[in-house]
Design a protein around this ligand. Structure first.
Ligand SMILES: Cc1cc2nc3c(=O)[nH]c(=O)nc-3n(C[C@H](O)[C@H](O)[C@H](O)COP(=O)(O)OP(=O)(O)OC[C@H]3O[C@@H](n4cnc5c(N)ncnc54)[C@H](O)[C@@H]3O)c2cc1C
Length: 814
């Protein structure tokens, strides 16, 4: 092979599994890129060759569902293009429910499918029996059927993609192992292999379960863990239809697929087994583990109970093999935060065949332009942090996430493993006061506070959960008195240096070039005008700014900023998240409370909304920002971590007579929804521009150039085709969680990006985009009669473009 290796390639794809081949195919076909694929063994020899081949499409994100739908459309037509079969069969997929909560989950999923433009039917046990006569349906309460799902032959698709890629000029080199990288100025300039070095511009790591160790060679963390997974292939079963739908029986932990007249049957157990935490051997090609019948036996028993005919046929073979899983069950795509020309497509959680076609399609676009072509946040490599690079922690969390593969997905569920990991300096104090913690990017955060006599533990349900009343009290305290929120986990960056203003001026859609002492709420946009970051910029000095963003966006936002600072500017970007604690003091009595611990003038004239000042607080120094995410008078106090306990104690002691309360993140969610404040990743994403999101007020188009401005100017020429609005249900008992379909005059026009409950309004509320190809004028939008489809039921609601609470912001500015 070595003599054929080129000295240079524009793009080097590492890994000849389905993901590498799909990425190479799309790079070559769609972008005419000069691409080579390096495979250490043979194409498909990693995880791809032994996959079961079920192809499902529906995910909880519209964009990821779009990616998986693209896979199906590709597999349908690939054979015609390349002449190599893919084994694609659109059999549909049945999901079985044996209890009411599972059925509610399916009803919500069917609604989500509709919101995303897909059909998913709910059917009766009798209809299931008619579609799949070999099945025992006696314990079923119902099922869902997604007719466009199907199955394919993993190796055949991969070979077909490789052939398509070759046709468009891609070159494949088998038996070539990547062993290192050469760097210049922080970028990779060379891939080193066991057969020689190749100079290159970009690298795509599609190394499957090896992707972590390939990443490590480049100093890039790819947090995945190989897990063991088993399925059996049976002898032919008399009466089994060749076009039988694929079958998922999550309450029994099993799945089925027809294959050559028999069944492929596998499962997900509550005690999944991790494989190595060290390096995966290079020669693990076309290899399997020894059969583990003991571990598999519960699946076999469950499967026979479901399909009794299985008891009478033999097992032809057992596949026991590794696959890489991640800590949240989603795969990993995108540009590495540690290295600007290193991209990753890995960690496919046993749905890499379903995802491969679409993942390669979007990854190729990402590699070419440096930007995700759509909102890929749920799979973005930048959703992880240093915590995920700790392999012991990761392994524990991945085991927990994998065990949840088939459990009912309750709203508001929290992971339990690997906690506590990062804690605020107030952790023990909050704990002593009844905090029920959740975790976000490793941080423990108080979700709610259990009143005396109430257990501080979430009890998950599809209906209202046990914390509902306690969060209501926190909400009311914020609206009526004053509440203290520990938001120390906020990601905080310092941007400083002579060119700090110029850099931020280019990155931010809002005008940050204000005098020191001013805050700017702003978005950072991509070249399409889509919102990549949503944050607050505080100007502390002519050459120094503090940026505050959401806990979960720490890696993402820092990487976006670093990757897009124009060259040649003299600035420093520092992460000060752990150095500074944050307490938000919010509510009509916030000023009164702060005045008890500070002698600084906090009056409306001296310290107006949108300003930042250094103040004294309980004898310590704090940077006070007059800003709010809950819609009340209030300040965020940022202070040295060591000072936080004293400031907190003073606030709680001095606030007692004012009725101060502690409040958590679930109260914030309710408060911000009433106020119509947007959440990045849900209501505002790279798919949405600020005008569509109702954030035009935060954009300063002016004359200065900034990233995304050209696209915004372009967008302004056309009527808006979608607009974010608030929705409030008339029926107080409806439970909204997001993705409910919005009907206008009975026709679907969008879905909720966020859903929850507003305790001041005493109504379920949500945010969502209303879409119309002819344009969404206010008259058109407000002129309709609205309903929300909630778990398949139509519920009347009202639309509003104004915040549902305090629309004139008089409370915020008081
Ligand atoms: C038992 C089982 C059943 C499954 N069933 C399904 C299913 O029904 N549906 C579904 O969608 N998914 C299923 N999967 C998951 C699916 O197999 C994977 O998600 C998918 O194959 C991952 O593809 P990949 O290209 O990322 O990785 P791989 O196929 O593992 O490809 C990675 C390649 O990188 C190469 N490589 C690694 N290191 C280097 C190096 N240093 N230099 C050069 N090359 C290197 C490897 O040799 C390998 O060929 C299943 C998995 C298992 C284990």
């Amino acid at each position: 092979m070595s003599e054929n290796l080129p000295a240079h390639a524009e793009i080097v794809v590492i890994g000849g599994g389905i993901v590498g081949c799909s990425t190479a195919y799309h790079l070559a076909r769609d972008h005419g890129a000069e691409v080579i694929v390096l495979e250490q063994n043979q194409l498909t020899s990693g995880s791809t060759w032994h996959a079961a081949g079920l192809v499902g499409q529906l995910r909880s994100s519209a964009s990821i569902t779009q990616v998986l739908r693209y896979s199906v459309s590709l597999y349908e037509r690939l054979e015609a293009e390349t002449g190599l079969a893919t084994g694609w069969k659109m059999t549909g997929c049945l999901r079985l429910a044996t209890n009411a909560e599972r059925m509610t989950e399916f009803k919500r999923l069917a609604t989500t499918a509709r919101s995303f433009g897909m059909e998913m039917h709910l059917i009766s046990p009798a209809e299931v029996a008619a579609m799949w006569p070999l099945m025992d349906v006696s314990d079923l309460v119902g099922a869902s059927f997604l007719p466009t799902d199907g199955q394919a032959s993993p190796s055949d698709i991969t070979q077909s993609l490789a052939k398509g890629a070759r046709t468009h000029g891609a070159r494949f080199f088998e038996g070539v192992r990547v062993a290192g990288f050469g760097f210049e100025n922080g970028r990779i300039v060379r891939v080193e292999t066991d057969s020689g070095a190749i100079a290159c511009e970009r690298i795509v790591n599609c190394g499957g379960q090896w992707a972590r160790q390939i990443g490590a060679l480049a100093g890039v963390s790819v947090p995945l863990q190989p897990m063991k997974h088993q399925y059996v292939v049976t002898q032919p079963i008399p009466g089994l239809a060749r076009d039988a739908p694929t079958l998922r029986d999550p309450d029994r932990g099993t799945y089925f697929k027809e294959e050559v007249g028999g069944l492929v049957m596998g499962g997900y157990e509550p005690d999944p087994q991790a494989w190595t935490s060290g390096d995966v051997p290079d020669d693990f090609a076309f290899r399997l583990f020894d059969d583990d019948f003991d571990h598999f036996e519960p699946h076999m028993l469950n499967a026979i109970a479901r399909v009794p005919a299985l008891a009478k046929v033999g097992v032809r073979r057992m596949i026991h093999a590794p696959e890489s899983f991640t800590s949240d069950g989603n795969f990993i795509l995108g540009r590495a935060p540690e290295c600007p020309n290193f991209f990753v497509g890995a960690g496919f959680n046993a749905f890499g065949i379903a995802s491969g076609g679409g993942a390669g399609w979007v990854l190729a676009q990402w590699v070419m332009s440096g930007e995700a072509p759509l909102d890929l946040w749920p799979v973005d490599l930048r959703r992880f942090s240093a915590v995920h690079a700790d392999h012991a922690w990761l392994r524990e969390r991945v085991i927990e996430a994998t065990a949840k593969h088939y459990t009912i997905a309750f709203p508001h569920e929290e992971y339990l493993s690997g906690r506590p990991r990062l804690v605020s300096p107030l952790y023990d104090r909050l704990k002593a006061r009844g905090a029920a913690f959740g975790s976000k990017l490793g941080w423990e955060r108080a979700n709610w506070f259990a009143p005396p006599g109430v257990e501080r533990k979430d009890e998950y349900a599809m209906v209202r959960q046990n914390w509902f009343a306690a969060v209501g009290e926190e909400h009311r305290a914020t609206r009526e008195r004053v509440a203290v929120f520990d938001q120390s986990s906020f990601a905080k960056f310092e941007v400083s240096g002579p060119d700090a203003e110029r850099a931020l001026d280019f990155l931010c859609a809002g005008d940050v070039a204000k005098p020191p002492g001013r805050l700017t709420y702003t978005q950072l946009l991509n070249s399409r005008g889509g919102v990549e970051c949503d944050l607050t910029v505080a100007r502390l000095a002519a050459d120094r700014f503090t940026l505050v963003t959401g806990t979960g966006f720490r890696t993402h936002d820092a990487a976006w900023i670093r990757d897009h600072i124009p060259g040649g500017l003299d600035i420093r970007l520092g992460d000060v998240t752990e150095e500074r604690a944050t307490l938000a003091v919010m509510g009509p009595r916030a000023r009164e409370l702060l005045a008890r611990i500070s002698s600084d003038d906090l009056g409306a004239a001296a310290f107006p909304f949108g300003h930042v000042r250094k103040i004294g607080a309980a004898g310590r120094e704090a940077i006070a920002m007059r800003v709010t995410y809950v819609g009340e008078l209030g300040w965020e106090l940022h202070m040295r971590t060591a000072d936080a306990p004293a400031v907190f104690d003073a606030l709680m002691n001095e606030g007692e007579s004012l009725g101060v309360a502690l409040a958590g993140y679930r109260a914030i969610e309710s408060l911000r929804l009433e106020k119509g404040y947007r959440a990045w990743g849900a209501d505002i994403t790279p798919n949405d521009n600020p005008f569509e999101a109702g954030l035009g007020f935060a954009v300063s188009l002016g004359k200065r150039d900034f990233l995304g401005r050209t696209a915004l100017l372009e967008a302004r020429r056309e009527p808006l085709k979608k607009r974010l609005a608030s929705f409030v249900c008339d029926d107080e008992d409806v439970v909204l969680i997001g993705r409910e379909t919005i009907l206008r005059d009975g026709k679907p026009v969008g879905y909720l990006s966020s859903g929850g409950y507003g305790y001041t309004l005493a109504r379920p509320i949500g945010l969502g985009y209303v879409k119309n190809a002819e344009g969404v004028s206010e008259e058109w939008a407000l002129g309709g009669v609205y309903e929300l489809v909630v778990a398949q039921e139509r519920r009347p609601c009202r639309i509003s473009f104004e915040p549902l609470y305090d629309p004139k912001a008089t409370r915020v500015k008081s």
